[in-house]
Design a protein around this ligand. Structure first.
Ligand SMILES: N[C@@H](CCC(=O)N[C@@H](CS)C(=O)NCC(=O)O)C(=O)O
Length: 241
């Protein structure tokens, strides 16, 4: 049985897993789980992971959740080139440092911008108050400043001269607010140059393939069935407003 990856390409961690598997020629079956359709609440997906979040992996009778764990599993199982997750103690620690930071340091900040600018107006039928947007933008700016000053510095990539899991996990998160129409690279030459290097290392075709859904989100969301999206309303009220 082929290794299965449960993915929704709206999701940043799903894109990192997808790009990693494709780039390393890891054979897998793409199992689509549409979050917008609420498929992650279904019975089948609940058997893969009771956490009910994508991405998830099934390899035979072994199921795994959490993108970082999945990336590390794939790197080790398929013995991908060392630079992705270096064996060198301090380089690996540098990758781990970023992977540990990003969940609270960048991921939420980028996700929040996307929801406030794209999904929430669609689902609630109102624009988000400007002070909420300004506050979220301020938080994202702080995260991007740390990206440049602490994680990238004057190196080509986060762990040094070559791309690693840290850069991959970072770029997919940074593309989320871009999907809301916010050009986070404008006025940030260091971040832009890093993005170009990461994109070149991944390959433009694969990068564009993985990001086409998020970059088309503003248009596709307009066509989504408003009544189905009401499923998200309680969560939005709790998390964002
Ligand atoms: N820490 C998890 C986060 C996974 C996650 O938050 N996935 C989101 C999509 S980006 C999800 O499935 N959300 C569904 C929900 O919360 O209902 C990882 O890195 O895999």
């Amino acid at each position: 049985m082929a290794l299965e990856l449960y993915l929704d390409m709206f999701s940043q961690p799903c894109r990192s897993v997808y790009i990693f598997a494709k780039k390393n020629n890891i054979p897998f079956e793409f199992k689509s789980v549409s979050l917008m359709e609420g498929e992650h609440y279904g019975e089948e997906f609940g058997k893969i992971t009771p956490i009910r979040k994508v991405p998830a992996l099934r390899d035979g009778d072994f199921c795994l959740a959490e993108s970082v764990a999945i990336l590390q599993y794939l790197a080790e199982k398929f013995k991908t080139p060392d630079f992705w997750y270096p064996a060198d103690l301090q380089q690996r620690a540098r990758v781990n440092e970023y992977l540990s930071w990003q969940h609270t340091g960048l991921r939420w900040q980028g996700t929040k911008i996307f929801w406030l600018r794209v999904f929430i107006p669609k689902i609630l039928g109102v624009d988000v108050p400007q002070d909420k947007l300004d506050g979220a933008l301020e938080d994202l700016n702080g995260s991007l400043k740390l990206m440049e000053e602490k994680f990238i510095q004057d190196k080509p990539f986060i762990a040094g001269d070559q791309i690693s899991l840290a850069d991959l996990v970072a770029i997919v998160e940074i593309m989320q607010p871009v999907g809301s129409g916010l050009d986070v690279f404008e006025g940030r030459p260091k971040l832009s140059a890093w993005r170009d290097r990461v994109q070149a290392a991944i390959g433009k075709e694969l990068f564009d393939d993985a990001h086409q859904i998020i970059l088309g989100a503003r248009e596709s969301v307009k066509l989504m069935d408003h009544s189905k999206l009401q499923l998200f309303k309680p969560k939005i009220l709790k998390l964002f407003l």
